[in-house]
Design a protein. Structure first.
Lengths: 189, 154
């Protein structure tokens, strides 16, 4: 074998052994998106269970926001009426951290009176219907390559609502639901 | 000496298995997927080995981590260490299995035709085994003769 060819074989072997294998992060994320975005009941219920294990109860929430593999919960600090902490729960160290994080205080929540109007109890929210909620949102958005990017429960208006953000490379659509999982039509109160 | 013999018989294959498992992971990261049936939950059966870059003190390194995914795209990261441990267990089982098979073949051959056991040390008369080297030297016949002359037996 000539010297040049030998070098080529060695370089080829090194490339074959060292550079191949594994899925790149972008391909992995594209796979998640092609399956709908990875939001659903399983992650939501796991996050609530972790919060309950930490606090002994699930206090009223100010918001519940899900993204891929991550849940962020703004929680009324037990024993107070004007303090809110954020807890994060995740299933991956690569995507924001695994397990339940330590609480971080939230600023600007207003006084007890204002805060009470923006809190909701978790018993009212059908977390086990989130699979259906997300599927409906993606179906109704009808975007090419669309996937559910975020799901948020909060009480921006009088009643708490579930808002699902369905996005695609060219467009984003928001779908709103009642907390029991029923779709909210325009004009619904 | 017996201690060292068993030490190498037991620990040697384990070290070989560890080396093989680590090399497998580095050369073919998808080998970590072998651990997926054990480590992934039933509702997240699809395994992905994700490659990502990390900053180290002397530049950029590449890490591999095992993810399990559900059909809805929900993910759970398993990490690197647990799959590597399972890869090591599988490799170790294969290496020990091969050694056991070799030992068994040797035994059967020995029982069948008295042939040489491949696990036994060589019996070349010019090569001394460690046991032979360390054994008490046999009595020198010349010394025995001299002693007999000084104190004639009988």
């Amino acid at each position: 074998m000539s010297g040049g060819r030998r070098v080529l074989v060695v370089v080829g072997a090194v490339v074959l052994l060292a550079a191949c294998g594994g899925t790149s992060r972008s391909d992995f994320e594209a796979e998640i998106q092609s399956r709908g975005g990875g939001l659903g009941s399983g992650l939501a219920l796991d996050a609530l269970a972790a919060l309950e294990a930490e606090l002994g109860e699930v206090p009223p929430l100010r918001s519940f926001t899900m993204t891929n593999g991550q849940v962020s919960m703004e929680v009324l600090v037990p024993g107070t009426d004007d303090q809110v902490d954020t807890y994060r729960y995740g299933t991956s160290g690569l995507y924001g951290g695994g397990g339940l994080s330590a609480p971080t205080p939230v600023t600007g929540v207003g006084g007890a009176q204002a805060l009470r109007r923006s809190l909701f109890r978790t018993e009212r929210v059908a977390f086990d219907e989130f699979d259906q909620v997300v599927d409906t949102a993606i179906e109704e958005a009808d975007l090419e390559g669309g996937y559910a990017q975020t799901l948020r429960v909060d009480r921006a208006t009088e009643r708490p609502r579930i808002t699902v953000n369905v996005t695609s490379p060219r467009e984003s659509v928001q779908a709103q639901f009642r907390v029991d999982g029923r779709p909210l039509r325009t004009g619904d109160g | 000496m017996r201690f060292w013999k068993w030490f190498f018989i037991l620990l040697g294959p384990a070290l070989l298995a560890l080396f093989t498992a680590v090399m497998l992971m580095v050369a073919y990261p998808n080998a970590l997927k072998l651990a997926a049936p054990t480590l992934c939950a039933d509702d997240k059966p699809d395994a992905f080995v994700v490659r990502y870059d990390v900053q180290t003190s002397d530049g950029t390194g590449t890490n591999f981590t095992l993810f399990c995914m559900s059909e809805r795209g929900e993910i759970e990261e398993i990490g690197t260490w647990e799959p590597l441990l399972i890869l090591f267990a599988i490799t170790a089982a294969i290496v020990y299995g091969l050694i056991f098979l070799l030992w068994l073949v040797g035994r059967i051959r020995k029982m069948a035709g008295g042939e040489v056991d491949p696990m036994m040390p060589p019996t070349d008369p010019l090569i001394m085994s460690a046991d032979q080297i360390l054994a008490r030297p046999a009595e020198d016949p010349f010394e025995a003769m001299q002693r007999d002359q000084e104190n004639p037996p009988g």
